[in-house]
Design a protein around this ligand. Sequence first.
Ligand code: NAD
Length: 434
Amino acid sequence: MATIAIVGLGYVGLVYGGAFADLGNSVWGIDIDVEKVDKLRQGTMPIYEPGLQELIRRNVEAGRLRFTTDYAEAIPDAEFVFICVGTPSTLDGDADMRAVRAAAETIARHLSGHTIIVNKSTMPIGSGDFISALVEQLKPSDATFAIVTNPEFLREGSAVYDVFHPSRIVLGAEDREAAERVAELYRVLDAPILITDRRSAEMIKYASNAILATRISFINEIAQICEQVGADIKIVAQGMGYDPRIGPLFLEAGLGFGGSCFPKDVRALAAMAERVGCHPQLLHAVLEINEDQRRRFVRKVQELLGDLYGRPIALWGLAFKQDTDDVRESPALDVLRMLLQRGALVTAYDPAAMTNAAREVPDARYAPDPYAAVVGADALLIATPWNEFKQADLRRVKRLMRTPIIVDGRNIYEPAEVRSLGFVYVGVGRGHRA
Ligand code: NAD
């Protein structure tokens, strides 16, 4: 059993706090957000993540998991301190390291005895060295420490499952013994553990996100060609995916990638590459295709409806993907903003992300359920592939709409089935003849 402090209780830190406690460790979760910590102490989850509430409740009740805003309460006794704060994009595409720097400074001042600081946040290559120098400067003179880079690969929406079933554990350290001690925390999970140097570990995270984003932009480019030549991207992707060299995952054409990781990490990798004299053409293309995909979707709506000014439109989906309330860099929100800019009267619905979306886009209307959103609408747009939408009663939808048009940005429906119900249906890459 180890004593662990988790700094930053977002999608990564909170889930890890619960998971490490569940594995029998004594865990303190620290966040500077007083409201968030208050909520957690009362048993209310600040984010939506399947299985999280139960995981946290079980471990708080067992006395293995506590929350605080005070570093002094948690850091001095911790053997391991995990940095899990956010690293969003700056305006020029770099990773914003302000939260990491602030966390590292405060951790340093509270160190006591020997502590292993684990960088779990996604940080630019070289950050391990930077944090090491910073902590060295600020720590009490009798405290010692090691820095281990431990990038995270969990997916929002299945984060609780993912932390207990990781595809791999990557540990980067200059101090092999420190890496081995962190490896011990994970040993019970039965995942391959790769121990390497810090810079390679940092790069593994960026390169992994970049290749997944590349697959999405690639398939979206193929989808665009499919539309022009009359092929169906769903079948094309299926046929490609059977090849073991290609595989079936991340070949879903749609509105492109969003969320708090892929866009910012591809941008940060491109920015890093440029700083060291490289010319990251592929990364730029991946980002450009991704942004175009949203504009192309809105153009499709305009082609079907003409001028959007004053037109009632229903939008199903606001989260950047299903099973999450996260709207950071959500393609759905970009679509919503573009429609509102064109004067459309949009009524949106999402099973989990409406509060977050309303904070970002207060001038849209939000409906209490999917059917209320489509009443009197001239088109229904699908922007997030929630199961609730896949299973919707489309006959009822058709009766409620003014004009039965569906523009499906996530290819959740079969064109022939929807058309047989009397809808005009347009998906992504489904071909003119499909
Ligand atoms: P988040 O924005 O959801 O949470 C970050 C938390 O850190 C917030 O609660 C914030 O209040 C807190 N915080 C900020 N400054 C702090 C400080 N000085 N001290 C204590 N707490 C502080 O972020 P997230 O989505 O959990 O991501 C965290 C990191 O993990 C990022 O670098 C991200 O790129 C990476 N990551 C995220 C995911 C994901 O799916 N969200 C997956 C893999 C890796």
